[in-house]
Design a protein around this ligand. Structure first.
Ligand code: ADP
Ligand code: MG
Length: 688
């Protein structure tokens, strides 16, 4: 019997009435097996013997105390009991808030097992936070290590401890290991039953530490097995594409560009073309800082796929960005004879019908749009390549939905938000990563300046000089309109204000509540240079590309997260013109806000900024991983346990290489496990 086969409903256990049953269900714990896999998050040590002096106000006391006297004091108008106790090393005082009944229960001379935290205050050792029981031969708690479980609803630790103990006694004997014997031997793991007992009812810390080691490894091993088998399937069985690419027209395109591709762009393109030529679908991520020229690489990849007679799609997270991509694609690729189309949720009526028809019959080569690209009514004649820009803004399911619009679709992801290698491997299966590290030649580092609220005038004067020199500027605000709750500046009011500051200039306002057509028109105005100043919210954060804009002014900069600040700043410095960013901050600055601004002043490298961001926010927040659902591990943590992950991965690759179908007797346990009680669902680990 595998743990996952213990399907008995959890309310068979004593103490699980309707309320607790409901609370457990809400946490996804329906069966005894699932309860056994609900692991403690930490332990309470009632075991290590410590006197008051040994604990020294730092650790918990675990000792036998004798009651030696009593007194009372007033607390919130109530007489409250104090018990004086002694443990042979020191005297202590127990402050019995709400527990006056202890006075009768424990006369002077009584002995108790006591667990608590003593502090030295007002010349004595006192303790208000304690647990105790009468001294006896078989104490309930004293001398034990107690598990502390994650709780929910009506649950408390006692209920879960008792239920787990009963389950261990009555249900788990005979439970099977879930790893091949060679692996268990290699790492000296306990058998599964011993490990379950050790994690729920440890008799010492070394017990539960060893058990945790097994369960963490096991979880990562199974994940890697799923990922690995999936990759094998995709490579060998399900997916066999023709693996063609034609780079003839690429040369034509290169000739038309006013610049040369950087060495890194060339390298990434070669990686991509090599992927396109193999028989298995590409699954590649391009990481590259904002402005490093990822889009162009994707366009060339699309061109090469289209030349083999297939179609390409590019999905971007916002309409603004999708339109901009569609326009530059049209500029670059239409002269080469390609048919480009733009599709969003707002493409409706006859226009949409016509477009969908053209896609279906293959008259459109390259479609660029938002998540509308994978709507149910969208059909492709033969989708060969799907490019997903700013991939972290999409969930796994969305990326998958696009990929499923064709057979053997090559997938190309682009991101300016770097993903740690271990995460990329685990969360995306066998994702290959290419990086564009160098910026196009001639780019000058952006000069970043801080300005305190109240000193805007100087910034405005600077902006005026840049405008006079023929440049353009962005002004970005945290809010769209005035909010009663805050006195933050907002884009609408500042648009009116800035019109007075720059009366001779053309200004335009964009934010998410402006209609798409309007947004589009204003954006075009800015691109073509007829608008000098774009006043905006963070809608301009991703991807907007206007090389003549050289000033980015962000007011209330402390309100923006690091990745947003970096993306916003990346809107300038997109040509060989010197560019500037002004971060205007308010007087009410939190420590974290201050820290973020400091990071922005000191760094320009997006990878470094992302790492700083990670430090400030913690790994759980890494873009694209949290919402993907891949982080829902029982016990493992991809960051903390990254070394175990690498070990498990190496073990799994080795194993699958020798025995891809898991048919050897040694691996029988795995084959049966995946048949009878799969540790991860198939869909959870679809790569991409
Ligand atoms: P990303 O998507 O990586 O942020 P883009 O693809 O939007 O960057 O490129 C930024 C700008 O740089 C665009 O205007 C693009 O035309 C230009 N560009 C791309 N590659 C080069 C290059 N090799 N040399 C000069 N400019 C380039
Ligand atoms: Mg981009």
């Amino acid at each position: 019997m595998f743990l996952g086969e213990l399907q008995q409903p959890v309310n068979r256990l004593k103490g699980i009435g309707p309320n607790h049953h409901k609370s457990l269900s809400a946490m996804g714990i329906l069966t005894v097996g699932q309860l056994m896999a609900h692991f403690p998050m930490r332990y309470e040590d009632h075991q290590t013997r410590r006197s008051i002096l040994e604990a020294a106000g730092v650790d918990a006391v675990n000792t036998v105390m004798t009651v030696v006297g009593r007194d009372s004091f007033y607390w919130k108008g109530k007489q409250t009991l104090k018990l004086f106790v002694e443990d042979g090393t020191a005297k202590g005082t127990l402050l019995c808030y709400h527990r006056n009944f202890l006075g009768n229960k424990y006369p002077d001379g009584a002995q108790i097992f006591l667990h608590g935290h003593f502090q030295y205050k007002f010349g004595e050792w006192s303790c208000a936070d304690f647990e105790f029981e009468p001294v006896s031969a078989s104490p309930e708690v004293f001398g034990k290590i107690l598990p502390v479980y994650p709780l929910g609803g009506s649950l408390n630790q006692n209920v879960l401890r008792k239920a787990a103990a009963q389950a261990l006694r009555e249900y788990t004997p005979g439970i099977r290991d879930e790893l091949p014997p060679s692996i268990i031997e290699k790492y000296g793991f306990h058998d599964k039953l011993t490990a379950l007992k050790a994690i729920h009812l440890p008799s010492s810390p070394s017990d539960y530490l060893a058990a945790r080691r097994l369960f963490i490894y096991e979880e990562l091993f199974h994940l890697q097995t799923a990922v690995g088998r999936n990759a094998l399937k995709e490579r060998n069985i399900l997916r066999q594409k023709t693996g063609e690419t034609r780079r003839d027209m690429e040369l034509e395109l290169r000739k038309r560009l006013p610049f040369k591709l950087t060495a890194d762009q060339n390298k990434v393109l070669d990686d991509i073309c090599a992927d396109l030529e193999t028989g298995r679908p590409m699954n590649r991520l391009i990481q590259g800082d904002v402005g490093s020229g990822k889009t162009l690489v994707a366009f060339i990849a699309a061109l090469n796929v289209i030349r083999t007679g297939r179609q390409a799609a590019l999905m971007a997270p916002t309409e603004l960005l999708a339109r901009q991509h569609a326009e530059s694609a049209a500029r670059l690729l239409e002269p080469l004879g390609l048919k480009i189309a733009y599709l969003s949720g707002n493409t409706k009526g006859e226009g949409r019908r016509h477009l969908l028809d053209q896609l279906k019959t293959g008259n459109i080569d390259f479609v660029i749009g938002t998540h509308a690209l994978f709507s149910a009514d969208v059909e492709y004649l033969d989708l060969g390549l799907a490019v997903i820009d700013e991939q972290h803004r999409f969930g796994v399911a969305q990326r998958q939905a696009l990929a499923e619009k064709g057979s053997c679709v090559d997938l190309l992801y682009m991101t300016a938000t770097p993903i740690p290698r271990t995460l990329a491997m685990t969360a995306f299966g066998d994702l290959d990563v290419s990086s564009i590290k160098t910026m196009p030649a001639g780019r000058k580092p952006i000069e970043t300046h801080l300005a305190r609220e109240g000193n805007e005038q100087k910034v405005y004067d600077f902006v005026r000089r840049e405008l006079d020199a023929g440049r353009q500027a962005y002004f970005v605000y945290p809010l769209i309109e005035q909010s009663e709750k805050s006195n933050l500046k907002d884009a609408e009011n500042m648009y009116a204000h800035l019109q007075k500051v720059f009366p001779e200039r053309n200004l335009a306002l964009i934010h998410s509540r402006i209609s798409d057509d309007e947004k589009q028109e204003r954006m075009e105005g800015f691109s073509s240079g007829s608008v000098d100043i774009l006043v905006a919210t963070s809608v301009v954060e991703v991807g907007v590309d206007v090389p003549n804009a050289t000033v980015m002014v962000i007011e209330h900069a402390e309100r923006f997260g690091l990745s947003a600040l970096h993306q916003l700043r990346g809107r300038v410095g997109r040509s060989d013109l010197q560019s500037y960013a002004f971060l205007i901050y308010s007087n009410k600055l939190t420590d974290e806000g201050k820290q973020r601004l400091k990071v922005m002043m000191e760094n320009t490298d997006g990878f470094v900024i992302a790492e700083e961001d990670l430090k400030l926010r913690g790994p759980g927040e890494i873009a694209g991983v949290r919402q993907s659902g891949y982080m829902k591990f029982r016990i493992a943590d991809m960051i903390r346990d990254s070394e175990v992950l690498m070990e498990a991965r190496a073990d799994v690759l080795d194993l699958l290489e020798k025995d891809p179908a898991l048919t050897s007797p040694e691996n029988e346990v795995l084959r049966e496990l995946w048949e009878k009680a799969p540790p991860f669902s198939e869909t959870l680990v679809r790569s991409g």
